[in-house]
Every structure is written in structure tokens, then in C-alpha cells.
Ligand binder design. Sequence first.
Ligand code: ADP
Length: 319
Amino acid sequence: MKLAALGEVMVELAPQSAVGSGDASKPQFMQSFAGDTYNTAVYIARGGVNVSYVTLLGDDPYSKEVLACLTQEGIDTSAIPQLPGRNPGLYLIQNTADGERYFTYWRGESPARELFADADRREALKAHLRQMDCLYLSGITLAIMSPEARGELLAFLQEYRANGGRVAFDSNYRPRLWASAEVAKIAVMDFLQQTDMALLTFEDEQALWGDTRVEECVQRNTAAGVSELIVKRGAEPVLMQVNGELDAIDVPLVSRVVDTTGAGDSFNAGYLAARLQGATPAQSVAAGNQCAARVIGHRGAIIPRTEYMERAAGAIEPG
Ligand code: ADP
């Protein structure tokens, strides 16, 4: 089984000192790389599935480091062009006194925004994607693309699915990335109609569609033709609807939740890695919960590989 994840990876700068300690005017930052589909790609690869990450990078030192990180995780980088003179997007995390985290982004000129835009590169990428059993993308992947490129990707997904490929999608709604909520709704609905496995977070669905009850979310996605629907709701039971049958699956208690960044991304990875290796949807939800439990017991979206593997092997309690 081989999966390609499409999207954007950014340079992340996260403050290191706790609020109230040190000189707040001179925060120390820890630099890493993150992005929703990138996070998922890393954990799917750690789950034992062949993964290709699909994006565009620059030729700067940070882009080279991203490629090195992906390679270290065993992820195929052969479908990542490096655009001369460009560099990846960047974001800064701020911890505020009320315990919230604020994100400030510099990603307007990110090379990833050119995904599926250039005709020659697009044809080469399609040839690469046709070799995959499953494609994974998110609402963020769609939001950063031009409307024309989105249309090209949508048409390709129709062809890809007609030839037996499976598509997994997480709506990951980020209002600031879209021209308007209306544009986002139209794009998300178009892609849901080409989705086999929808791995959604109820909070994002509420923000985009104004759902007051989870049943509205289930109905909308069923009507769009999604045959395998998963709705994540933090510590609340995960809803799963497969071929019309609805179930709620409990989320195991995590005794020490350190940081929920990347919870949804890692759940998706646990789910897809299990599913692609033959597990049932219910078993895959359990695997998604386990993967997320490991990640939220640690600060940051990407938990170090050795610690993750030890947690996966049961050497360390999840949280
Ligand atoms: P997102 O990160 O997209 O906002 P959620 O907050 O719904 O997603 O969380 C995704 C998954 O992470 C949940 O389905 C669950 O498996 C796990 N998770 C999140 N928060 C908790 C928590 N407080 N306790 C246990 N598991 C959690």
C-alpha cells in the first residue's frame, strides 16, 4: 500500500520559556517543521505504510532540512520540486497569559501555493499520483491552491477514483486562508463528492457550516456521497458512519494532556495507516485514538521518532 499526502509544510517557531518566566520581550524560540498534511504523513509512515509527501519547496537551507526530515522518516520526496530563490512559509506561536496559543503566519509566498498550477509539473505529478493506492488532502491543501489548480486537482481525482484509487480528506477549515466562507463551502463540497474517507473534526464543521448538532454534519456528508465518515470531537466519542450505519466509539482517557496540537492530524494518520493495512473502520478509529493519545501527551505536533516508537510499543504510557 502506498499513500501520497498533498499540502504544505512550514517552518515553525515555538516559544520555549513558560509564560511568566524569563524576559517576555525576548522570547526564545524552538524551530521545527509542521503542517497538517505533513504531520499526518509523518505518523502514517511511522505506522508502517509507504508515504510520498507532495508539495513544493524552495532551494534555501530550511527547504533542504525539510527534505532531510522527510527522508529520515522514510518518506518519498521525489514529487517535491525545489523552486529556485524561494523559501517555505513560516509561523510563530505565542503563548498568552490565559493559556491560549496564537498563530501568526507568513505563508502568502510559499511555493506550496503552486501545487497543481504549472502544466508540465502537473502532468509529472499526475503520473506519480496514479501509482498510489490512496491520496490524502485537507481543506488547507485546497485553500492554498489557486481556484484553477483546484479545478485541475478535482478533475484528476475523478479519473483517479474511476481507476480504483481511494481519497481521504479532512476539511480542516481555516477561515483566513479562504476568500470567503462561501468559496470554502463550494470547494469543500466539490471535493467531498470525490472523497471515500472523510476524517472531519466537528469544531471545523461547525465553523464552516454552522452545525448545531452532529447529525447535521453526518447528513450533509452522507448526502455528498461519503461512504466512510469519521467525526472527531476531542475527548468525546468519535462518530463513525460506514455504509449508512452510525456508531459512536469512546476515546480512551489520556491522563496527562500536554498539548493538543496535531491531535486531529495524528488521529487521521493512525486511522489511515491501520485502514490501509487491512483493519476495519472500527479498529482504525481505535488506532487513530491511540496515535492521537501519544501525540497529545507531548508538546508540539511532531513528537520525536524514538519516543513515539517507544510509546507505540507500549514502553511508555500514552499520556
Ligand atoms: P483537532 O485536533 O482537529 O481539533 P480533536 O480535538 O477533535 O481534533 O481531536 C482529535 C482526536 O484526538 C480525538 O478524536 C481523540 O482521539 C484525540 N483527543 C483530542 N483531545 C483529547 C483529550 N482531551 N483526551 C483524549 N483524547 C483526545
